[in-house]
Design a protein around this ligand. Structure first.
Ligand code: G6P
Ligand code: ZN
Length: 543
């Protein structure tokens, strides 16, 4: 086993997005592409000699290849130990937990989340810091700078490790411990939630479907839902991780989980349906007859968290990303707790969680989580919902309806225009920015604008700032139109239009969502001309 220094040349496109560096597998397969990126990460870190690095991914195509490289580069750079999930698997929240629990220096999470996998699909690498959360922008910006000038990387030339064998191996001077990916995570969930109450719920005949979408949560869900909580075998479907996610799209939304949604809308369907994404950090929650939007789910979980043992003393505060609806704000207001609005991306919650200012966070993009780790956590959200249902002894539909009756309802939808030509998307955003100053006080399709800006954020803990985080237009009646460009797409640009309208407690809560938001949808088009300028007649995805 010899340590080698290999000459390399920069790639121009290694700029991390909302959540790490996501590219087509084909891009990652270029010579030294993985090596350059990982060496650039290590070049931007200090003080890791002899320390532990956690490595794991969602099992997608190229996972093991990249992990073998990462381990050998870590060894050559002086890490003391790598903890890696068996067969290279760790869900994103489980990786976050392992980093925290074993006080690692940081971790590499290999995933392209909900993007399709396989040789034609996507791959991704993200660096997480010692608190278990995604690296802050200060680090990701430095990594990008480094990728632009990199000239060499270090690697140990050695045979591949056996990632199937639990136990310790060595590469050069570094030890590599292959660990059970599920055990520590399952234990953490048992500490947070009232497993006895959930067991009773299942033994009383409560029925559930959990769709792991052939992705990483399969083994976690089998162990927790079926083995520990006693849900009948078969509750977990598509529970074996596959490199191309069964040739599917591991995105837990109503498009890719349509069959489950249809089953749940039947009067004799299961009581509860849930799903998670490629790397296990997103969630979809559906009760019989009732889909719960991620924004509502955040508000409901925050309002009911005290029913689970870990949060029985109440929560310190709530944070949501800017495009997420303000449903949670109403809960925070009523409880007199802190509420924070951050840019899109889980990394912006890290400081607030570390400082103890918020306990629960969530995003409209199907992510919810708490201070138990520093990533969003799909199964955590499912288990908190089950805990709440078990204690309240009510259906999801009853719980949601009562919530709206108490707090009012924030009607909410997101319209995505995917794979738009980058130039066209940039021009649409630039033109919108140019109009903002003139908007307040004007009427658009019958609604008066009260404020319009391009969202900027100052982190209240460390004072760091983020600019140009999305166009936010708020109307006098409290409704809102937000338009931003996705930071996770891998081809062209994705424009996201977020639409919201508040209906007070005594108002109408059972309108069809697109109908309830018809005025806001037209306002967004008048303002941006997205449909006209992209030649599309409708969004590619509506969530
Ligand atoms: C990832 C991030 C989330 C983010 C989501 C959507 O899942 O972890 O924090 O909300 O992507 O990001 P996008 O930039 O595509 O809207
Ligand atoms: Zn994900």
């Amino acid at each position: 086993m010899t340590k080698k220094t290999i000459e390399t040349k920069p790639y121009p496109d290694q700029k991390p997005g909302t959540s790490g560096l996501r590219k087509r597998v084909k891009v990652y397969q270029q010579p030294n592409y993985v090596e350059n990126y990982i060496q650039s990460i290590f070049d931007c870190l200090e003080g890791f000699e002899g320390k532990t690095l956690v490595i794991g991914g969602d099992g997608r195509f190229y996972n093991e290849t990249a992990i073998q490289k990462a381990i050998k580069i870590a060894a050559a750079n002086g890490f003391g130990k790598v903890l890696v999930g068996q067969n290279g698997l760790l869900s994103t929240p489980a990786a976050s937990n392992i980093i925290r629990r074993y006080e690692a220096f940081g971790g590499l999470v290999l995933s392209a989340s909900h993007n399709p996998g396989g040789p034609e699909g996507d791959f991704g690498i993200k660096y997480n810091v010692a608190n278990g959360g995604p690296a802050p922008e200060r680090i990701t910006d430095a990594v990008f700078q480094r990728t632009q000038v990199i000239e060499q990387y270090q690697i140990i030339e050695a045979p591949d490790l056996d990632l199937g064998a639990i136990g310790t191996q060595t590469v050069g001077e570094m030890s590599v411990e292959v660990i059970d990916p599920v055990a520590d995570y399952a234990e953490l969930m048992a500490e947070l939630f009232d497993f006895d109450a959930i067991c009773d719920l299942f033994s009383s005949g409560f029925t559930m479907t959990f769709d792991a979408l052939h992705a990483v949560t399969g083994p976690y869900a089998h162990e927790i839902l079926e083995n520990r909580l006693g849900a009948p075998a078969g509750t977990v479907v598509n529970g074996t991780p596959s490199p191309d996610f069964g040739n599917g799209h591991p995105d837990p939304n109503l498009v890719y989980c349509k069959d489950m949604y249809d089953a749940l809308m039947q009067p004799d369907g299961p009581d509860f349906g849930a799903a998670s994404d490629g790397d296990g950090d997103r969630n979809l929650i559906i009760g019989r007859g009732r889909f719960v939007t991620p924004s509502d789910s955040l508000a409901l979980l925050a309002a009911n968290a005290h029913l689970a043992p870990a949060y029985s003393k109440g929560i310190a505060g709530i944070a949501r990303s800017m495009p997420t609806s303000a449903a949670a704000d109403r809960v925070a207001e009523k409880r007199g707790i802190e509420m924070h609005e951050t840019p899109t991306g889980w990394k912006f919650f890290g400081n607030l969680l570390d400082a103890g200012r918020v306990t629960i966070c969530g995003e409209e993009s199907a992510g919810t989580g708490s201070d138990h780790v520093r990533e969003k956590d799909g199964l955590w959200a499912v288990l908190l919902w089950l805990n709440i249902v078990a204690v309240r002894k009510q259906s999801v539909d009853e719980i949601v309806t009562e919530h709206w009756a108490a707090y009012g309802r924030n009607y909410y939808t997101r319209h995505d225009y995917e794979e738009v030509e980058s130039d066209v998307a940039n021009a649409i955003m630039d033109d919108l920015r140019g109009k903002l100053d003139g908007l307040p006080g004007t009427q658009i399709n019958g609604a008066e604008v009260s404020s319009a800006d391009d969202f900027s954020y100052t982190d209240p803990v460390d004072g760091s700032t983020a600019h140009k985080q999305g166009i936010r237009i708020v109307f006098k009646d409290g409704s809102r139109v937000v338009i931003r460009m996705s930071g996770t797409g891998t081809v062209g640009a994705t424009l996201r239009v977020y639409l919201e309208r508040y209906e007070p407690p005594a108002g109408q809560h059972d309108l069809e969502t697109q109908t309830a938001l018809a005025q806001q949808i037209e306002i967004a088009e008048s303002l941006s001309q997205i449909r006209a300028r992209t030649g599309r007649t409708s969004p590619s995805v509506i969530t």
